[in-house]
Design a protein around this ligand. Structure first.
Ligand code: NAG
Ligand code: NAG
Ligand code: NAG
Length: 454
């Protein structure tokens, strides 16, 4: 009897191990095209995440559908299920933010440069208009962006930025009838020095320091987002300082929300940014990165990872990946056209690269191993001028513009893209580029590719 049970148990284990792998997102890959569980591109820009129990709800503006608020849900921040538009009652709602109080759910967003609230009894659908649209700040200034923040005390705040270089923080009155309450600064607008700011987000560290993150105002072009700190939500605010190396322009993104994961082992803060395309369309992607906090220095800094994930129950971040590397230099002998190509060290202690790849030359890597399922492939390359041309790969003859697969294309040296390689080791990948203008001296340098393990 016991032996039979053991045998059954072994059989069960074997069948679990042999079950076909369920395909899903295995990493958070900043800048890449993210798809939902139906395989559609996630459309939730200028958004925010509200955690209810073990489920995370991501609300954002649907740029492919007249900016209605879309909602996605996930239990791991990787695998997102589309819940549908939150409401059919509004359109052109920007920067929607979710909030819950008294067993109801609310979305605040910007409509026609006014704040509009929506309300529903279920978090993922059925929102109707709640009250009239109103102006914040309530003076002659024009309101633009908003954020939301719930303090450890349970107090909630709405953040609004205006065109005259200020930020306003209002309490949210909770209970069964939610409303916007008093300004935390007792009527004095918070003026942030040296510049003009929008896209506010706020977090409070475990050490009790408030960090306010905002972008400067450059439309859909990325800028170096800044932070301020304070020991009191009413200020005074100290800053600004950068949250990332300023030359990276916040890794080509704009702040929308700071997500806190209160894990059993650590509290982890996540920067949620939008990687807008140049016109702010639905082709825009997302740039989420862990935030490292140093309360003794009063600094927060984005940690730049090409692949990462967080265990939402422990709060622990994993970043290391293994994969199979294919060096461009090893493909050098195969070059069909090698007019100007040279193999050189990319930099001190880096791999050797194939340099001067232009519109007249390609580098082809053979015998790449694939699984027959979508896989992450890092393309390690740089270009002479990201505005002057584009790099492409041809996978087994199919042409793919790298920038269509990842907003980081041309701007950073590691660009992960999702490719479906054939099963087996006979995949062929050709790398090449096109300049936008004729007689351009646009060139690319390819170090190699890496097929990343899940
Ligand atoms: C993704 O989430 C859906 C819905 O919760 C679930 O059915 C599916 O198994 C999940 N896939 C993975 C890979 O976690
Ligand atoms: C890769 O892209 C395919 C569609 O081409 C999609 O079904 C799959 O979910 C994507 N995988 C990841 C990890 O993004
Ligand atoms: C580069 O390779 C692609 C795919 O094989 C091919 O279509 C293209 O003509 C090649 N370009 C050059 C300059 O050889």
């Amino acid at each position: 009897m016991l032996g039979q049970l053991r045998a059954n148990f072994r059989a069960l284990c074997v069948s679990i191990l042999l079950a076909p792998a369920v395909l899903g997102a295995s990493w958070i890959v900043p800048g890449a095209v993210w798809t939902d569980t139906s395989g559609n591109k996630i459309d939730a820009h200028g958004g925010q995440i509200l955690q209810e129990g073990t489920t995370f709800y991501w609300v954002g503006s649907a740029y492919a559908s007249n900016e209605v608020p879309n909602i996605y849900s996930s239990t791991d921040l990787l695998n997102w299920t589309f819940q549908g538009p939150a409401s059919t009652a509004v359109e052109f709602m920007y920067r929607p933010k979710l909030f819950t109080s008294g067993g109801k759910f609310y979305i605040w967003g910007q409509v026609n440069r006014l704040v509009q609230a929506l309300e529903s009894s279920s978090i993922n659908t059925g929102y109707s208009v709640y009250g009239s649209a109103f102006s914040l700040p309530p003076d002659a200034r024009t309101y633009s962006d908003e954020g939301i923040f719930v303090d450890t005390t349970g107090e909630a705040y709405i953040l609004t930025s205006a065109d005259s270089n200020n930020l306003q923080i209002n309490e949210i009155n909770g209970g069964s009838s939610v409303s916007i309450g008093t300004r935390v600064d007792n009527g004095n607008l918070i003026y942030l020095t040296e510049g003009a700011y929008e896209a506010p987000g706020l977090m409070k560290s475990t050490g009790g320091i408030y960090y306010l993150v905002m972008s400067t105002k450059t439309g859909y072009t990325a800028n170096a987002n800044q932070f301020w700190w304070s020991t009191n939500i009413a200020g005074p605010w100290n800053g600004p300082s950068g949250i990332a190396p300023s030359s990276s322009n916040t890794y080509d993104s704009q702040n929308t929300f700071e997500l806190k994961i209160s894990g059993s082992q650590q509290t982890t803060y996540i920067y949620m940014g939008d990687a807008w395309d140049s016109e702010g369309t639905a082709a825009s992607n997302y740039e989420w990165l862990p935030i490292s906090v140093d309360d003794s220095a009063h600094t927060i800094t984005l940690e730049d990872y090409a692949f990462w994930k967080v265990d939402v129950s422990t709060g622990v971040i994993t970043t290391s990946t293994t994969g199979k590397r294919y060096n461009a230099a090893d493909a050098f002998n195969d070059l069909v056209s090698s007019r100007y190509l040279v193999v050189e060290d990319s930099c001190v202690a880096c791999e050797r690269s194939v340099h001067n790849i232009d519109s007249q030359s390609n580098v082809t890597i053979h015998n790449i191993e694939g699984t027959g399922e979508p896989q992450w492939v890092s393309i390690h390359y740089t270009v002479s001028d990201p505005t002057a041309g584009d790099a492409y790969v041809w996978l087994n003859g199919e042409k793919i513009k790298i920038a269509d697969k990842n907003s980081r294309a041309g701007k950073f040296a590691t660009v992960p893209i999702n490719l479906t390689l054939k099963k087996g080791n006979n995949n062929v990948l050709t790398f090449g580029c096109h300049a936008h203008a004729e007689n351009s001296d646009f060139v690319a340098h390819l170090e190699g590719i890496e097929v990343v393990d899940d």
